[in-house]
Design a protein around this ligand. Structure first.
Ligand SMILES: NC(=O)c1ccc[n+]([C@@H]2O[C@H](COP(=O)([O-])OP(=O)(O)OC[C@H]3O[C@@H](n4cnc5c(N)ncnc54)[C@H](OP(=O)(O)O)[C@@H]3O)[C@@H](O)[C@H]2O)c1
Length: 322
């Protein structure tokens, strides 16, 4: 299969925050948006790794409008401090909720806040980030959560989200992606409801949500199929060899970033959608079908209530851009 990403429209004047942007999909998403002229804030947990990522983008694009912001999504305090810094900057046109523990620990660990670590990093930190930045979003902003094919390969234990009874490394990862996806779709439903309530209150005929929440997944995207970027992606020769064997069904992370970029910039995108690669694990972006569980409003409401309780934060869609 051969395809090359289509050029994307100019993003000049748009401001985007990407979490976990110092490596992998977050890095390539940031670089592509910066190349199109967006102002991109790369966030990550390590100032040094962020500096290397910003330097790598500037080495290719000296005039790229990029900066960095330390946010460790596993820590609610780090998220709060990082989000506060964003409030001095231009309102955000998009937030890419990408940071994630992919290689999850064999035994259950807890975050500084006492939540299961994979859940804290992949789900709760992003929920908290949204709760903080919702008032700082531009009209029409897109909130893009990174989903995963793993959501198809695991059951969801909504009564044990902290995995106190049933931890294993794979379940922790898959469960975190199901929970993230479920929250993203619940947010879409709540944003639409808030729009209807707002329109009714002023007697307006149309009820367009002011911002859009959707999900994009990268298929199966691996480092050894990804271009070398000094300080960002430096796979060993063995990694390259092993990953080449997976070429029929795997792609590089620069390609896996395409459905994410599409979700941020394309005209045919709206809240509640699920974008992914055309051939499930690889290929250009196309609209995909999320799992029934992740679309179930009863599941979404339960995960949402759990996230509010675990973070101690209220995510109020009526506060968008307030
Ligand atoms: N690759 C795939 O095939 C695939 C498939 C489905 C979904 N995804 C999702 O795509 C996202 C990115 O995956 P990837 O393949 O690009 O992984 P990756 O190369 O391991 O990159 C993960 C990024 O998240 C950051 N991160 C990890 N823990 C963090 C924390 N506590 N605070 C802030 N940032 C943190 C990492 O920073 P450090 O460098 O500091 O660790 C890194 O920047 C994840 O959400 C993953 O679940 C990936």
């Amino acid at each position: 299969m051969s395809w090359y990403p289509v050029p994307i429209p100019s993003q000049a004047g748009r401001s985007v925050l990407v979490t976990g942007a110092n490596a992998g999909l977050g890095f390539f998403t940031s670089a592509r948006l910066a190349r199109a002229g967006a102002h991109v804030t790369l966030s990550g947990r390590s100032a040094e790794r962020l500096a290397a990522a910003v330097a790598a983008i500037r080495a290719r694009m000296p005039r790229a409008d990029v900066d960095s912001l330390v946010i460790d999504t596993s820590s609610l305090e780090s998220v709060r401090v990082g989000a506060e810094r964003l409030l001095d900057r231009a309102p955000l046109d998009a937030v890419v909720l990408n940071a994630g523990m992919v290689h999850t620990p064999a035994a259950r660990l807890e975050s500084v806040d006492g939540n299961e670590l994979v859940l804290a990093t992949n789900v709760l930190g992003h929920f908290a980030l949204l709760a903080h930045v919702l008032p700082h979003l531009a009209t029409g902003a897109r909130l893009v959560t990174i989903g995963s094919l793993s959501t198809r390969l695991s059951t969801f234990r909504v009564d044990d989200l902290q995995l106190q009874r049933s931890y294993d490394a794979w379940r922790a990862y898959a469960q975190s992606k199901i929970a993230s996806t479920s929250i993203a779709f619940e947010l879409d439903r709540r944003l639409r409801r808030a729009a209807v309530d707002g329109a009714e209150a002023v007697g307006a005929a149309s009820a367009m949500p002011r911002v859009h929440s959707l999900v994009a997944h990268p298929g199966y995207s691996i480092s050894g199929r990804t271009p070398r970027v000094p300080g960002v992606n430096e796979p060993t020769r063995l990694d390259r060899f092993a990953d080449a064997l997976q070429a029929p069904f795997a792609q590089g992370k620069h390609r896996g970033a395409e459905p994410i970029v599409h979700a941020v910039v394309a005209d045919d995108v709206e809240g509640g959608q699920f974008w992914g690669p055309q051939y499930a694990t690889k290929g250009p972006p196309r609209l995909a079908m999320p799992t029934r569980t992740s679309r179930d409003p009863r599941v979404g409401a339960r995960v949402w209530a759990f996230a509010e309780q675990a973070t101690g934060l209220v995510l109020d869609p009526a506060r968008v851009g307030s």
